[in-house]
Design a protein around this ligand. Structure first.
Ligand SMILES: *Cc1c(COP(=O)(O)O)cnc(C)c1O
Length: 365
């Protein structure tokens, strides 16, 4: 028998990340409401800047200076306390890898973001999962599971795939009750979709607390998922630690050019937020008309709605019925949600279609 390299046992236990699909089972392309991308596309200013980026024969700025300066100015953060990554997903993994390892625990909620499981396991730590509160994040349930082995707590706010949101008071209460040597990672991938007056205070906490890291992304409201750019901010010590192991050139030339222009074009982000808030409200109201068929939307502050199917029409039948009519959404049996579909908020026309198709399917069930 030839010997073969053996992966570390904790790596062998990882189930690879499952991205939102863009085609049906038969390979036919479908309208994609499965990955929370921006239905309005990308800021034209960002697209233009991308075309004029530094030529690809040259290495990019390893420290993304111009982008960090612009982000610092926009959010009132010292650019020295910002680290950029190839998507915020990479930064979540780096954060876990800096502070947790074999024998340690990484804590997050049931129905949390699926990448937390991978981030925890890839550094050999043990994932610990707190029960939800009717699909929302339960601060007391999380705190009850903090042990002397807990090293990192991941919270997505708004959360994916539920869309649920913890207000500022709950974030503050969670932080106040955590030991100072536990890193609290607040993943704000959907923060741009939250009304400014409903801010959860995470950026302010990351400025003053020594154990809070906030992650952000250009993949959602900024409409730049394909350019793979995320950033994180926290205490100088946290950022310095992450800088030690991050990729040497995490952002390409075109990604740096596009995101810099996108930061400077906040009208596009504001327009995306307003579009999303209006269409999400219209969608949730329309779903109210299907409550007698057992359809229940989980209250969402994000650019998607998790719809629970608690009547005769199952999520699986609805998923297949939507695909037959040209739409791919996210069915999540692998995340303990065989009875739910996560539907990204698309254009008004697309949302009208979705409601019409769901209504027909519910009546036929
Ligand atoms: C989409 C998403 C991200 C962003 O991932 P990127 O790697 O930046 O594209 C991070 N966290 C959550 C909860 C998300 O839904």
């Amino acid at each position: 028998m030839t010997k073969l390299p053996a992966p570390k046992p904790w790596i062998a236990e990882i189930h690879a990340y499952v991205p939102g699909k863009s085609a049906g089972a038969d390979g036919r392309p479908l309208i994609k409401l499965s990955a929370n991308e921006n239905p309005l596309g990308t800021s034209p200013a960002a697209l233009l800047a991308r075309d004029h980026a530094v030529k690809p024969s040259l290495y990019p700025d390893p420290d993304s200076h111009a982008l960090r300066k612009a982000l610092g100015a926009l959010h009132g953060i010292d650019p020295a306390r910002i680290v950029c990554g190839t998507g915020s997903g990479e930064l979540l993994a780096i954060a876990a890898g800096c502070y947790a390892g074999p024998g340690d625990e990484v804590l997050y909620v049931r129905y949390g973001f699926s990448l937390y499981d991978i981030a925890a396991r890839r550094c050999g730590a043990t994932p610990v999962i707190a029960p939800d509160d009717d699909y929302g994040t339960d601060v007391d349930a999380l705190l009850a599971l903090v042990s002397e082995r807990t090293r990192v707590v991941f919270i997505a706010n708004p959360n994916n795939p539920t869309g649920s949101y913890l207000p500022q008071g709950e974030i503050a209460r969670l932080h106040a009750a955590l030991p100072g040597d536990v890193l609290l990672v607040i993943d704000q991938a959907y923060a741009e979709y939250v009304a400014p007056e409903d801010d959860d205070g995470a950026l302010a906490l990351a400025e003053t607390a020594g154990n809070v890291l906030v992650t952000r992304t250009f993949s959602k409201a900024y409409g730049l998922a394909g350019d793979r750019v995320g950033w994180a901010t926290g205490a100088a010590e946290l950022i310095g630690t992450m800088n030690r192991i991050r990729g040497p050139f995490p952002l390409s030339n075109s990604a740096q050019a596009a995101t810099l222009a996108a930061v400077e074009h906040q009208e596009f982000v504001d327009h995306s937020r307003r579009h999303n808030a209006a269409e999400r409200a219209r969608f949730v109201t329309a779903l109210g008309g299907l409550a007698n068929h057992g359809l229940r939307p989980v209250p969402s502050e994000a650019n998607f709605v998790l719809v629970l199917f608690e009547g005769k029409l199952t999520a699986e039948t609805a998923y297949n019925g939507l695909a037959a009519q040209g739409y791919i959404v996210r069915w999540l049996p692998g995340q303990g949600l065989p009875h739910g579909l996560r539907i990204t908020i698309g254009t008004a026309e697309q949302m009208n279609d979705i409601v019409r198709i769901l209504r027909d399917l519910a009546k036929a069930a």
